[in-house]
Design a protein around this ligand. Structure first.
Ligand code: FES
Length: 122
């Protein structure tokens, strides 16, 4: 008898590996997320996230600027980047990259589930 897809995946160990590689937790409700062109700090499980919306798309990146630890969520959004309020390094909200300074912030996956906004902290 042929195995179902889920049984075959579970027996292969792939499903288990995928489950242990993610850590989806509630970040806030969708209604609490920032308006377009704005950013806000959200603390979740000991991590401070910069939650920002640019061109209608939400993004979550580490809130701590890798230059001198400026609070990114207190910066501004410009050309799809969150710009640090202290020395104006700009980090792309899709990739986390700041090519001009050869620097990077972590970008976290987001998804909506019902009225909640979830983040993968893995
Ligand atoms: S602390 Fe962010 S640019 Fe300097």
């Amino acid at each position: 008898m042929p195995l179902s897809f889920h049984t075959a995946v579970a027996q292969s160990g792939i499903l288990e590996a995928e489950e242990t590689m993610s850590n989806w937790v509630k970040l806030c409700t969708a209604a609490q997320s920032p308006a377009d062109g704005h950013a806000q700090e959200v603390d979740v499980q000991g991590v401070t996230i910069c939650l920002a919306r640019a061109d209608g798309t939400l993004a979550a990146v580490d809130n701590v600027c890798p230059h001198r630890a400026g609070p990114l969520a207190e910066g501004w959004i410009e050309d799809g980047k969150i710009v640090c309020p202290w020395h104006a390094w700009g980090f792309d909200l899709k990739t986390g990259a700041c090519p001009e300074e050869h620097s990077q912030v972590k970008v976290y996956p987001l998804r909506e589930e019902g009225t909640d906004l979830l983040i993968d902290l893995a």
